[in-house]
Design a protein around this ligand. Sequence first.
Ligand SMILES: [Zn+2]
Length: 274
Amino acid sequence: MSAEKTLAIVLRVVEFSETSYIATLYTEDFGKITGLAKGARRPKSAFENALDVLAVSRVVFLRKSTDGIDLLTEAKLERRFRAAAHSLRSLYSAYYVVELLNSLTDEHDPHPELFRMAVRTVMDLDENRNPRESLLRFELAVLRSLGQMPLLDRCVECGTLLPEGVRVAFGHLAGGALCPRCKVGQRHVVSLSAGGGKLLRTLADEIENLEQQPLVMQRGQLEEQCGNGTDQDAVSVAAPIVNAWGELRGLMDNRMSHALGRRARMFAYLKALK
Ligand SMILES: [Zn+2]
């Protein structure tokens, strides 16, 4: 067993014994891990609040060489998720991020760029910064890590280049844009407006830029580094394309259900708030 250090976001914590927890973490360098935190339930343990769900913490763990679970030896809180106390929408949205990471990533399969996007998204949700945009961007990042990014520039069937700035047919079964010829006879095809298409492209470009940026946990620096924008920016993207957000939300609900093989559990909770 060798000791590994990494940054992690806490996905799930279950009681294991009177004194221990088993924690599922999504880590920057090792992907998802499950570790036993001995003594974590004791008062004044070495883990303190570092194993609360949605906390971002620096962890040290011993990697088991066989199939057994890893052993968490240290966890130090870097950033607490605070929105739980004041915004149910932020909390449910952050739980949705957790659901996607829990369901759609594998243990010991690192995707550092997805980890950084997850932390950024949770921080955005915590601060109620462009929550709708943040969540869509994260969903796209998840699809990208799975090789299921819904691209619009080419027909998914025949590869024909498709023009920008016009309506595009999107085939849910085909998993992408369809040219006029290939869409004939296809089922579950929706028409995405030019505005919806533009919004999708903008968010996809932002992911590519953000993935190159190092993660900075202080708020001011993060905004500066990512050019993450403000609420005004979000409005300016959406202003000429009023319906684009709703359209893209519908498309993404479908894509995520496809990736999960079921409807996301948190959708019902988020919908209940509307
Ligand atoms: Zn085609």
